[in-house]
Design a protein around this ligand. Structure first.
Ligand code: G3H
Ligand code: 13P
Ligand code: ZN
Length: 312
């Protein structure tokens, strides 16, 4: 199966009340863990690359690893740029074979966000590539951006129709209270998302695919393993899985997960090296790390996103 866009995936996901998992990738073991899980349960996949990942691993290496995964698994896989911050970066990813790009103009004034997004859409569509835009601003930490809680803002539903019609985007990321990273809610408080905003956005954009960023659930069993093996992730809290399931049943067609991959991988490496201090062959600790990613991703695909069995 060649690399595909997310167009057909989203149409089926919207109609079927499930979501596609969009997992961030940085190296071979992460790509193998995710794609082996998806192959076992026959799930379609979005593999996404951030600007930081592209800088770390190199565009061509990641592209070739993903192409290898598509050949090995036979799955439909979409290759997506996560949080593109300029026309030039989006263009470079489109020219380099990505089938989907995000242009994140969410920090810009509305009119400037529209202008930049429109520019990317024109180039992308002329090359058969789809585009995700964003309205509203998530809090949290990404590689290059650290958005404080005060600077974050929920999506304003009254803006979404104009944004989508004037830009021509294929999907829209919205902010309803999720955030990037492993510390999403204050310890001791009940995690809450603004489902009223999601429902109002869906009412205004019938049939249109919505994207949820910052959707790691930070499983506490892995936080415990990290902390028991020399890590310091006290107070790490994620989005409860039942909320993600609910969002997937509504209009959310793409759910972004990165921190959970980092967490399970780090837990496996820390535990392995603590139990086997004599090991120094990277394969000895990267193998359980890859296995741990596979187990976690399988759980997400089957029990949270509902996309198992939907690859073909
Ligand atoms: O939302 C951002 C992703 O978690 C990617 O993070 O920029 O550190 O690669 P990164
Ligand atoms: P998490 O930090 O919750 O995994 O979110 C990842 C994300 O939104 C990537 O764009
Ligand atoms: Zn994100």
């Amino acid at each position: 199966m060649p690399i595909v866009t997310s167009k057909e995936m989203f149409e089926k996901a919207y109609a079927g009340g499930y979501a596609i998992g969009a997992f961030n990738v940085n190296n071979m073991e992460i790509i193998q863990g995710i794609t082996e899980a998806a192959k076992e349960v026959e799930a379609p996949l979005i593999l996404q690359v951030s600007a930081g990942a592209r800088k770390y691993a190199n565009h061509t290496y990641l592209m070739k690893l993903i192409e290898a995964a598509a050949i090995e698994t036979g799955l439909p896989i979409c290759v997506h740029l996560d949080h593109g911050d300029s026309f030039e970066l989006c263009k470079s990813c489109i020219d380099g074979g990505f089938t989907s790009v995000m242009i994140d103009g969410s920090h810009l004034p509305f009119a400037e966000n529209i202008a930049l997004t429109r520019q990317v859409v024109e180039y992308a569509h002329a090359h058969g590539v789809v585009v995700e835009g964003e309205l509203g601003r998530l809090a949290g930490v990404e590689d290059a951006v650290n958005v404080s809680e005060e600077d974050s803002s929920y999506t304003r539903p009254e803006e979404v129709e104009e944004f989508v019609s004037r830009t021509g985007v294929d999907s829209l990321a919205i902010a309803i209270g999720t955030s990037h990273g492993a510390f999403k809610f204050k310890p001791g408080t009940k995690p809450q998302l603004r489902f009223d905003i999601l429902e109002e956005v869906s009412r205004r954009l019938p049939g249109f695919p919505i994207v949820l960023h910052g959707s790691s659930s930070v499983p506490q069993e892995y936080v415990k393993i990290v902390n028991e093996n020399g890590g310091a992730l006290a107070d790490a809290i994620g989005v409860p899985e039942e909320m993600l399931r609910h969002a997937a049943e509504l209009s959310v067609c793409k759910i972004n997960i990165d921190s959970d991959l980092r967490l399970v991988m780090t837990a496996a490496v820390r535990q392995h090296l603590n139990q086997h201090p004599e090991h120094f062959d990277p394969r000895q600790y990267l193998k359980p790390a890859r296995e741990s990613i596979k187990e976690m991703v399988k759980h997400k695909l089957v029990n949270v996103l509902g996309c198992a069995g939907k690859a073909f």
